[in-house]
Design a protein. Structure first.
Length: 369
């Protein structure tokens, strides 16, 4: 038990030592900030006495950023008044008076700062005017600027102390025509301005702009990616048809074969006719000559030749026309469709052939896959 208690005391001691170290570091950093703030405050005082209000304003704001103080804010208000930025000065006097009043509860030395801020604020009130901005139909993302300074939406419908004179009020919002208005603020008076932004008819939302992008880019303005418009398919050029042309070669080959038959059988018929004329010597024929059989055979050859000439001529002309007009046609299709069509179809490559035969020629078609 005594060992556990000793360990417990040791852990508590370590925790206290760590807390003390952290507190010491924090105190050291706070002291450094206070020293730097005091140095910049004193530098600002010197510049203020020399009427260098711009330089003094920079020093006082830096000092107040390091360590907030009602006294420093009081001098900020005085610098703004010296620069004739009366509206801003009046607001700073208000803040200085409020901060000093809060601190004076526990630190009575700030009571004098409170009273001074109130007196100087009251003295400045007749010299300033008020500007009240209204935006009853404020679109999303509305940004309003007065004299180049952004006005928070929380300040709409509230009279804001403003330096008298001409001021420019601008307002912008996505999809709306920019608003610009000159207003005149008078001392001891309130100027009210209502901001209305018209819809821009030429506005194109970024989500529907053509690939701008990118962009599109590409988050679809928070929409579901599945609902986004898919990109257009890639198009490729394919050839279709051509079967008529292939058939034309086949028909033409048949026609060539028919003409070949005409030449072959015609030659045979002519040969028979010549032999008979020579054998008969244009008078009487030899008795041992098979005249009837020879004549029949010659007439048959002549008939086949005539049929070959007519049929072959028609087939050759028909095949030629088919070859000329039956070529393949090209068209653009999606790449996926072209691939699917290539898998579905396996067109044979036809090769026409012509072979000699007895008494003429024979035509045919062979195919390879």
């Amino acid at each position: 038990m005594s060992e556990r208690r000793s360990r417990g005391f040791a852990l508590v001691a370590l925790a206290l030592a760590g807390a003390a170290t952290f507190t010491a570091r924090e105190a050291s950093a706070q002291a450094a900030n206070e020293a730097a703030a005091q140095m910049r405050f004193q530098r600002g005082r010197d510049l203020f006495v020399a009427n260098d209000f711009n330089g003094a304003l920079t020093e006082f704001r830096a000092a107040n950023q390091l360590v907030g103080s009602p006294n420093t804010r009081l001098y900020i208000a005085r610098c703004l008044r010296g620069l004739n930025r009366l509206g801003e000065a009046y607001i700073e006097f208000q803040r200085a008076a409020a901060e000093a009043a809060d601190r004076s509860v526990n630190e009575p030395r700030y009571a004098a700062s409170r009273d001074a801020a109130r007196q100087e604020m009251d003295a400045l009130r007749p010299q300033i005017g008020n500007l009240t901005l209204h935006a009853p139909h404020a679109p999303e993302g509305l940004e309003v600027r007065v004299g180049g300074a952004v006005v928070p939406s929380a300040m709409f419908d509230v009279p804001v102390p403003t330096t008298p004179g001409a001021i420019e009020v601008t307002a912008t919002a996505q999809g709306r025509i920019a608003y610009r208005q000159q207003a005149t603020v008078r001392a001891s008076a309130t100027t009210e301005l209502t901001i209305e932004l018209r819809v821009d008819p030429n506005y194109v939302p970024a989500a529907t702009n053509a690939n701008s992008n990118t962009n599109t880019n590409n988050q679809n303005n928070g929409r579901d990616p599945d609902s986004a418009t898919p990109p257009p398919p890639r198009m490729v050029r394919i050839s279709e048809g051509g079967g008529v042309r292939v058939g034309g070669f086949v028909v033409a080959a048949v026609g060539v074969g028919g003409i070949g038959a005409f030449i072959g059988f015609g030659s045979s018929a002519l040969s028979r006719h010549t032999q008979l004329r020579q054998a008969c010597n244009e008078s009487a024929c030899p008795p041992d000559l098979m005249l009837g059989s020879q004549i029949d055979q010659g007439e048959m050859f002549q008939t086949i030749a005539n049929i070959g000439l007519i049929g072959g001529g028609v087939a050759l002309v028909t095949g030629t026309v088919m070859i000329i007009v039956g070529g393949a046609r090209e068209r653009l299709v999606p790449e996926t469709e072209a691939r699917a069509q290539a898998r579905r179809t396996a067109q044979p490559q036809w090769t026409g052939w012509l072979a000699p035969s007895a008494g003429g020629a024979a035509a045919g078609v062979s195919g390879t896959f």
